[in-house]
Design a protein around this ligand. Structure first.
Ligand SMILES: Nc1ncnc2c1ncn2[C@@H]1O[C@H](COP(=O)(O)OP(=O)(O)OP(=O)(O)O)[C@@H](O)[C@H]1O
Ligand SMILES: [Mg+2]
Length: 459
């Protein structure tokens, strides 16, 4: 790597600029004028492209169109512009042009350049353009980061934590299959949301998702709700009625609060799961449907099985795949990410314009234990958006108290922790053998000794 590129890498990414300009006098002048931005200069296309690759994605490039071997034309500059934008379309390229080729500069903006400025250069104007480009890059990056959290195919399913990343991965994998899925999690962790995402991302999404809440329907009606009934099957059965199983044919049946299903019905559900067949209440014909079963509960189903309150054979049928939703307090960073999501949502819904959360509010969001999980968070933010005087949502608007400090987000601190944990584990697994531990960790023996020293000093 060239020394100039290496030096630039020590600078904050937001402050780096690549200047492509063959006039060394102008190079020096701009370096001085654009402080505090730090510049690396290139005089030719080859040099420019090499530095661009070596330094990784450069945010801002100032590009003189007329470079040797075509100093009076624009061919070299335009090739560089195209190469940069096809590799890294987010780059902000600012074009320097002689007065004569103003038309070319305008067309460069049409090809994706951020802006242009004509020579002789007014450095104050250039400085403004550079600042605007830097700000634009930042805003776009923020946007990209926010969008990356939400999987396009699961709109409304918001997360940033590794814990939920794992859930999303499992979800994606099982969505394609017909396996029965059991979703477990405390109240308000998003079980219904996940059930819907599962259906939406499956090949059954063109058919219906039919949901039934086993806890809210009286026991004597639940059977008919699920399997339907014939006319005259019982008092009040004045006409034939389809059950949820039939309505969900070719789609998904979501059995919510499955832990509350009465024992008698558990047997009938089991029979259906074994044979995919059933009869309507009061009916003799055996019917067959093709439904995928997704069930959910916030009850400890294993414990109910042990106590004999839930059939073990049914439990295994429902539990072909298990998705466990961690409580919100165990999802690193998600409280703040979700809070921003709900702020945007309810700003729109209530035509309000709350711009963000005060520092105290952020601290409180991170510290709160969220016994009601995402539902509690959603309710608090919704109320705050409606009630707050603005422009920022304060901790009191959320009815939370703020005492502690913001969670430590320092990357190096966290890397050290991970490093130390992996080191301890690798040494344990290899029974203290440094060579083996080094191999497991994919580093050299001296590096292991080095880490040992570092972490011993810190301990
Ligand atoms: N990851 C998430 N992203 C966005 N919204 C979420 C997320 N998880 C949950 N929600 C929202 O939180 C609320 C509660 O979620 P949901 O009803 O799915 O929870 P639940 O686990 O079924 O709760 P309960 O056990 O009380 O039935 C809903 O409004 C849902 O849209
Ligand atoms: Mg629910």
């Amino acid at each position: 790597m060239s020394r100039a590129a290496e030096k630039l890498l020590n600078e904050e990414p937001a402050k780096r600029i690549l200047l492509v300009e063959d006039d060394t006098g102008l190079q020096r002048q701009m370096q001085w004028a654009l402080d505090p931005f730090k510049m690396v200069a290139a005089g030719t296309r080859n040099e420019a492209m090499r530095i661009f690759e070596e330094t990784g994605d450069m945010r801002i490039v100032i590009l003189d169109l007329g470079l040797p071997p075509d100093p009076d034309g624009a061919s070299e500059g335009l090739i560089i512009l195209d190469a940069i934008l096809s590799n890294a379309p987010q780059t902000k390229v600012i074009i320097l042009s002689g007065n004569a080729d103003r038309a070319v500069a305008v067309s460069a903006v049409g090809r994706g350049a951020f802006d242009f400025i004509s020579k002789p250069i007014d450095v104050d104007v250039l400085k403004l353009i550079v600042q605007r480009a830097a700000r634009m890059f930042e805003l776009e990056e923020e946007n990209r980061a926010l969008r990356a959290f939400a999987d396009r195919r699961m709109p409304g399913f918001v997360f940033g934590s590794s814990q939920m990343q794992q859930v999303a991965q499992t979800l994606e994998r099982v969505a394609r299959t017909d396996a029965s899925v059991l979703i477990l999690g405390e109240s308000g962790t998003g079980k219904e949301l996940i059930a819907r995402a599962l259906h939406e991302t499956s090949s059954r999404s063109t058919a219906k998702l039919v949901a039934i809440n086993c806890a809210s329907i009286p026991e004597n009606l639940l059977e008919s709700e699920l399997f339907g009934h014939e006319r005259g099957a019982f008092t009040g059965a004045i006409k034939q009625t389809l059950g949820k199983f039939e309505i969900a044919d070719k789609g998904t049946l979501f059995l919510d609060e499955i832990g509350d299903m009465p024992t008698a019905l558990q047997a009938k559900l089991l029979r259906f799961l074994q044979s995919r067949q059933f009869e309507r209440v009061g009916g003799r014909t055996t019917l067959t449907v093709n439904v995928r079963i997704v069930s959910a509960t916030n009850q400890p189903l294993d414990a109910l099985v042990k106590e004999g309150r839930f059939r073990e054979d049914l439990y295994y049928r429902l539990n072909e795949i298990r998705l466990e939703l961690p409580p919100l307090r165990d999802r690193d960073g998600d409280a703040v990410i979700l809070a921003q999501h709900f702020r945007n949502l309810y700003n729109r819904e209530h035509s309000r314009n709350l711009r963000g959360f005060t520092k105290e509010a952020l601290v409180a969001l991170q510290a709160h234990k969220w016994p009601g999980n995402v539902r509690e968070l959603e309710n608090r933010v919704k109320r705050a958006v409606i009630m707050s005087d603005g422009p920022m949502i304060a901790a009191t608007d959320l009815e939370l108290v703020s005492d502690g400090k913001l969670r430590n987000l320092n990357l190096r601190d966290h890397m050290r922790e991970v490093e130390s944990a992996l080191l301890r584990e690798a040494l344990a697994v290899s029974d203290g053998n440094v060579s083996k531990a080094a191999k497991l960790m994919g580093i050299s023996r001296p590096q292991v000794y080095n880490l040992l020293g570092v972490h011993k000093r810190r301990a």
